[in-house]
Design a protein around this ligand. Sequence first.
Ligand code: C5P
Length: 236
Amino acid sequence: MSEELLYAGKAKSVYRSDAPDELVVVFRDDITAFDGGKKDVLSRKGEYNARVSARLFEVLEKAGVPTHFLRLEDPTRMRVRRLAMVPLEVIVRNRAAGSLVRNYPFESGQPLAPPLIVIDYKDDARHDPMVNDEIILALGLLGRAELEEMKGLALRVNGVLRGIFAAADLDLVDFKLEFGRDDEGRLRLGDEVSMDSMRLWSRETGESLDKDVYRLGTGDVLGAYARVAERLGLEM
Ligand code: C5P
């Protein structure tokens, strides 16, 4: 690759492109969990996440959610608008699972209506601590109106994704989003929307078809990712 590497995360690398306001995100085959404590390489995993993310970004754009997505240049390379990322992880939860069940007295699978929005400060060294509105404002990460806009966008994304996955017989339990500002200062959805960043439970069997298969070591991770792609109608 001739482009200059700007940033390598745990599963994606970001390169400068030929356009100053556009970047190239490469979805790698690396998979990690527990703040990088568990790591593996799964052949074709990058392709599944890139293709599913691209499809979901397209649907979200059509539904009026501004995203960084421009196009998929090849199966693992996504052309995106450059964003100044806000270091927050916005988690939307339709059912209790994962850290919510570990840290609070919720039953696993308990429906959450209306959905909960939980926001973490993105910092591996601090283990992504949960923040509240006051902390976000005091850190100067967003203004009050932007914070409300970001939450509104997250709920809009939830509405769109729940519908898509319900039609594919999948229950969208929770997911994580990251936002950034484009060159005009407009908030846009960035990062990825993939099986690495959401929980999807089969409506028929209740089994996980997402990164929990890897976290918990319960089965065939790539097989689960492939089933999601297939149910979304993607030919891989
Ligand atoms: O671990 P927790 O239950 O808080 O995760 C909630 C949701 O956010 C899950 O879908 C998980 O995959 C996603 N998540 C993520 N990246 C993180 C933390 C959570 O994609 N750093």
